[in-house]
Design a protein around this ligand. Structure first.
Ligand SMILES: Cc1cc2nc3c(=O)[nH]c(=O)nc-3n(C[C@H](O)[C@H](O)[C@H](O)COP(=O)(O)OP(=O)(O)OC[C@H]3O[C@@H](n4cnc5c(N)ncnc54)[C@H](O)[C@@H]3O)c2cc1C
Length: 461
């Protein structure tokens, strides 16, 4: 059935916090002198959208920039796989432009490149219980009403220094909510997906305090990587080069050690994911300030797992955009995107979120396939065909990421994200989605953080 719209998923979660991004970007970026950074050598560690945006901007101001990337591709958590065919991008990382308004920098760039979009409709969804019984309109409205009221109520009752996780706060404040069958599904399919972690791990106070641009989410038909390829044009990027240490203790010169050779520079930008910083994969000499190290541990880094199956024939209603499945294990392949709404390919893309994403990441390819297909078979019947091709992701075990995106743990604050954006000794700078609380966990947040750090280097030079 088609759910009659009253809130889109992200509109509810972000309430009225639509914002402009300009306050994040240093006014120095408007400086007239194009050669303000002439002769300055800058190394950017990581070729994700944040590092590449910073590199591009700094190059425009005359700096000699080198980007060192551990992987054999550019884009990091933006990576389009075209192996399903040229009308069916499989986005290994970011899939949507969230809030694609004219102020959203990711959308602005995609528009400039002439990208074509498909608008996804969160309200065009049919949900089933695990045994395949379809929810009727009454059940839907009831579940979403309780979900919405519960989150609003929790939000109203909490003080800023509350240290409870979201589940605990709901159990204390609205104990009946979780007993209604299906509310836990909504909290998982929407809140846990949005946050990239479980409701048991995310802060009750800050789980919905970040900002969003308005507009229904879109998929980029040309693939998200189009943006990366454009930003990276003419940049000096060295692939397959893992940075192992950054030494800012040698006077004016900074030494960057990699698994191959060493590089010297005047400024260094570290744009590696929070998971890599948490795992101390890069040695900083001297050690990072304690405030910085504390914030690295206080902010969380979760996972989201995707699997896409392509079938010879569709066995589902091809006009429905999303299918929800109220699986017993919270977060287990509980939300599916139907490619037939924007592509000719008979593809269903399933998501595991919350703590189940970490379980799914630890399954083998074959186990992941069997596990996700068993959810589809429970709903559509045992006789559905085998997929002719499947692709899945595993972000939490990828050593160059160790997770999908950042979230606010109980006890952490927006100030912790700000701490991670602070320059150390005006030589070592940081950017990445985990350095901007307001737009964390998004491509536009990462892009803005790259422009922001470029402004900081211009100020420091
Ligand atoms: C599954 C998933 C779904 C998502 N969905 C969305 C979405 O729909 N919409 C949205 O807006 N955002 C989404 N995101 C978030 C978005 O992809 C990220 O916020 C953004 O791409 C992060 O960019 P970044 O530059 O901060 O980091 P990254 O893209 O992670 O770039 C960091 C780079 O550093 C490299 N690196 C790591 N260690 C080293 C080292 N030692 N030496 C050199 N290089 C190193 C990495 O290989 C990587 O290329 C999603 C992310 C994931 C994983």
């Amino acid at each position: 059935m088609k759910f009659n719209s009253f809130y889109s998923r992200r509109d509810l979660l972000k309430f009225a916090l639509y914002a402009t991004a300009s306050s994040l970007i240093s006014s120095k970026l408007n400086a007239k002198n194009d050669n303000i950074l002439k002769d300055k050598k800058i190394v950017v560690v990581g070729a994700g959208i944040s590092g590449l945006s910073a590199a591009k901007k700094l190059t425009q101001y005359g700096a000699k920039v080198k980007v060192l990337e551990a992987n054999n591709y550019i884009g990091g958590r933006i990576k389009t796989d075209w192996s399903f065919g040229n009308d069916a991008p499989f986005e290994v990382g970011a899939g949507w432009i969230h809030g694609p308004s004219s102020k959203n920098p990711t959308k602005k760039l995609a528009d400039k490149l002439g990208c074509k979009y498909f608008v996804t409709n969160d309200d065009n969804v049919t949900t089933y219980d695990e045994d395949g019984s379809e929810w009727d309109d009454e059940r839907w409205e009831e579940v979403l009403n309780i979900w919405e009221k519960t989150l609003l109520n929790v939000d109203k009752k909490l003080e800023f220094n509350d240290k409870r996780n979201l589940r605990k706060a709901i159990e204390d404040i609205n104990p009946k909510a979780l007993k209604y069958p299906g509310v836990l599904w909504a909290l998982s399919a929407y809140t846990e997906f949005d946050k990239g972690t479980s409701i048991e791990k995310v802060s009750a106070v800050y789980h919905d305090d970040d900002k969003a641009f308005p507009g229904a989410d879109v998929i980029i038909k040309n693939g998200y990587s189009t943006l990366i390829n454009n930003i990276a044009k003419n940049l000096d990027i060295v692939l397959n080069t893992k940075v192992t240490s950054i030494n800012t203790n040698l006077g004016k010169v900074i030494e960057i050690q990699t698994d191959k050779e060493a590089y010297n520079c005047d400024f260094v930008i570290c744009s590696v994911p929070l998971g890599v910083l948490k795992a101390k994969r890069i040695k900083f000499i001297p050690e990072l300030p304690s405030k910085f190290k504390e914030s690295i541990m206080k902010i969380g880094f979760g996972s989201v797992t995707k699997i896409a199956h392509r079938f010879d024939e569709p066995f589902w209603d091809t006009k429905i955009q999303y299918f929800g499945v109220n699986t017993k294990e919270k977060g287990r392949w509980n939300y599916w995107l139907n490619y037939r709404t924007f592509s000719k390919q008979n593809i269903l893309l399933g998501l595991s979120v919350g703590d189940y994403a970490l379980i799914a990441d630890n399954l083998s390819e074959r186990e992941k396939k069997t596990d996700s297909l068993s959810v589809l078979r429970n709903v559509w019947g045992k006789d559905i065909s085998e997929p002719n091709k499947s692709i899945s992701t595993n972000w939490s075990n990828d050593q160059n990421f160790l997770g999908a995106y950042s979230y606010t743990k109980p006890g952490a604050k927006p100030k912790d994200y700000e701490n991670l954006s602070m320059p150390v000794d005006n030589k070592l700078f940081f950017c990445g989605e985990h350095t901007v609380f307001d737009y964390s966990a998004t491509t536009h947040g990462a892009l803005l953080s790259g422009l922001n750090v470029a402004g900081k280097i211009i100020e420091a030079a």
